[in-house]
Design a binder for this molecule. Structure first.
Ligand code: FPP
Length: 243
C-alpha cells in the first residue's frame, strides 16, 4: 500500500502544443501534429513499461470554444490516430476506451472511436483511455443522475450510495484509480481531469511541452513516482511497515 511500485494507472494532461508551435514560429496545427506523434511515442513506451492503464486528456469540453479550424484539425488528428494505430493496438494487446460526451463529437470521429473500441475490446495487456469532450464535473453530474434514477425506480436506497457505487457510475467505471497524474508545459492545475479517480494520485508537473514528451520523459516521471511514499493517511512508519 505504501511504496514505490510502478503505477497501475497513469493519466496525462497533454499541454503546450500551441507554445511549442509558437516557439518554432509555426501554426498551432503544427504543434498538435507533433503532439499526436508524442501520443504515439508515449503509448508505445507505456505499453513497453507494462502499465496497465494510460489515460490521455485529448480534448476537454472547454476546447469546443477554440477556433473552428483548430477544433476541426484536432478531430482529424484524433481520427487519423485511431486509423493508423489500430494495427499496432491489435498487435500489442491494447484496448481502447473513450470517455467524455461522445455524442458531441462529429459522427465520423464517434463512429471511428466506437469501431476501435469494439475491435480492441478483448485486448488485455494495456488499456488506453482517450478523454475526448471530457470534463470531470460533467461526468460526476451524469453519474449522480444515473444513481438518482435508480433511486427513483426503487432499485437503490440513498444509504446504499457509497464510493464504489459512485465510482461504478462514472465513465471510468472499470478502471483502476489513477496513481500518477502528469501535466506538461509548466501549468500547475488539474483542469477538471478525473476529479474522483485521481483523488489520491501523485501529481507530477514538468516544464516539457507536450510535443517534446516521449519515452524518456515518461521514464523520468515513473522514476520520480518510484521515490515517493504513498501514505493514504497513515504515518510514514505505518506505511513503510505495510510495504
Ligand atoms: C494542449 O495544448 C493540447 C490539446 C488541447 C490537445 C491535445 C491533442 C493532441 C496531443 C493531439 C491529438 C490527440 C491524439 C490523441 C492523437 P494547447 O493547444 O492548449 O497548448 P498551449 O497551452 O501551449 O496553447
Amino acid at each position: 500500500m505504501s511504496t514505490l511500485h510502478a503505477p497501475r494507472h497513469v493519466a496525462i494532461i497533454m499541454d503546450g502544443n500551441g507554445r511549442w508551435a509558437q516557439n518554432q514560429a509555426l501554426p498551432r496545427t503544427a504543434g498538435h501534429e507533433k503532439g499526436a506523434e508524442a501520443v504515439r511515442a508515449t503509448v508505445r513506451a507505456a505499453r513497453k513499461r507494462g502499465l496497465e492503464c494510460l489515460t490521455l486528456f485529448a480534448f476537454s469540453t472547454l476546447n469546443w470554444q477554440r477556433p473552428t479550424d483548430e477544433v476541426r484539425d484536432l478531430m482529424s488528428l484524433l481520427e487519423n490516430f485511431l486509423v493508423d494505430e489500430l494495427p499496432e493496438m491489435l498487435q500489442n494487446g491494447i484496448r481502447l476506451v473513450a470517455i467524455g460526451e461522445r455524442e458531441l463529437l462529429p459522427s465520423r470521429v464517434r463512429k471511428r472511436l466506437e469501431e476501435t473500441e469494439a475491435r480492441t475490446a478483448h485486448n488485455e495487456d494495456m488499456t488506453l483511455v482517450l478523454a475526448v469532450s471530457y470534463d470531470g464535473r460533467r461526468d460526476l453530474v451524469r453519474a449522480a443522475r444515473q444513481i438518482a434514477e435508480l433511486a427513483r425506480r426503487g432499485e437503490l436506497l440513498p444509504a446504499d450510495v457509497d464510493e464504489a457505487q459512485l465510482a461504478g457510475s462514472l465513465s471510468t467505471a472499470d478502471l483502476p484509480d489513477v496513481d500518477l497524474l502528469i501535466r506538461t508545459s509548466g501549468e500547475i492545475r488539474l483542469s477538471g481531469f478525473l476529479p474522483f479517480e485521481a483523488c489520491y494520485a501523485e501529481l507530477y508537473f514538468t516544464e516539457t511541452l507536450w510535443p517534446d514528451f516521449g519515452a524518456e520523459q515518461l521514464d523520468e516521471a515513473l522514476a520520480n513516482y518510484a521515490h515517493r511514499q504513498r501514505r493514504f493517511g497513515l504515518t510514514g512508519e505505518q506505511a513503510a511497515a505495510l510495504g
